[in-house]
Design a protein around this ligand. Structure first.
Ligand SMILES: O=P(O)(O)OC[C@H]1O[C@H](OP(=O)(O)OP(=O)(O)O)[C@H](O)[C@@H]1O
Ligand SMILES: O=c1cc[nH]c(=O)[nH]1
Ligand SMILES: [Mg+2]
Length: 212
């Protein structure tokens, strides 16, 4: 598995405000949206394009357009929804699939309550968006859903990742032979005894949408 920590002062600046406990929900939502666009710029470096020519007012110009089949963006509900608009703004032709998953706060196991994905993902590049990669249980299950439907190229964009989560992903997909990339704004120190990322930003879903 390939991991990219995007090292950029604007990313670090926005992430610092996002972490701040005093940041309110409207500001948190705006920053998550801005951050995903910056991360997606790096995460889509290998997005597939096809050669095309266009006529400028002056001459013929050779360029590229997004290749079909267009990428699939998959937000993991709930918190991943906070990253969807930023992705589709950058990839307007992308299709969107949905996975509803919640981590059981006692066992830390991911449970799936909704799936709405195309049946056949062969040949599709998939971008999973979820702000938090903590134990990695949720992301591993999400990526497995995509592989089971034929996806062969998956990139996850997370605002924060924990070393334990990256290690779990490495172990879970060892020998799968399929490329997986994780792009994140920061690799934090560790998980605490409740499975929360330290220093982290708290519960991303609650900070985006409120405590339920
Ligand atoms: O790496 P893991 O240990 O599996 O934890 C990460 C998951 O936890 C959070 O979702 P949560 O379960 O809180 O659901 P929510 O988005 O509805 O708040 C987060 O958005 C990830 O999906
Ligand atoms: O720190 C964490 C860990 C899991 N889910 C969150 O929202 N935050
Ligand atoms: Mg949550």
């Amino acid at each position: 598995m390939e991991t990219l920590v995007v090292d950029h002062p604007l990313v670090a600046h926005k992430l610092t405000t996002l972490r701040d406990v005093r940041t309110d929900s409207p500001t948190f939502r705006r920053l998550a949206d801005e951050l995903v666009t910056l991360l997606a710029y790096e995460a889509t470096r290998d997005v597939r394009v096809a050669d095309v020519s266009v006529r400028t007012p002056v001459a013929e110009a050779h360029g590229v357009r997004m290749a079909r089949p267009y990428p699939l963006v998959v937000p993991i509900l709930r918190a991943g929804l906070g990253m969807l608009d930023g992705m589709t703004r950058l990839l307007p032709t992308a299709e969107v699939g949905f996975l509803g998953m919640i981590r059981n706060e006692s066992t830390l196991q991911a449970e799936t309550y909704a799936t709405r994905l195309p049946d056949d993902l062969s040949g599709r590049q998939c971008y999973v968006v979820d702000p938090m990669l903590a134990t990695g249980g949720t992301l591993a299950a999400a990526v497995q859903f995509l592989f089971d439907r034929g996806a062969d190229d998956v990139t996850a964009i997370c605002l924060l990742a924990a070393p334990e989560g990256l290690a779990h992903m490495d172990e879970f997909f060892a020998g799968s032979g399929k490329p997986i990339r994780v792009v994140t704004a920061a690799l934090d120190e560790r998980l605490n005894e409740n499975g929360y990322i330290v220093p982290g930003l708290g519960d991303a879903g609650d900070r985006l949408y409120g405590v339920v």
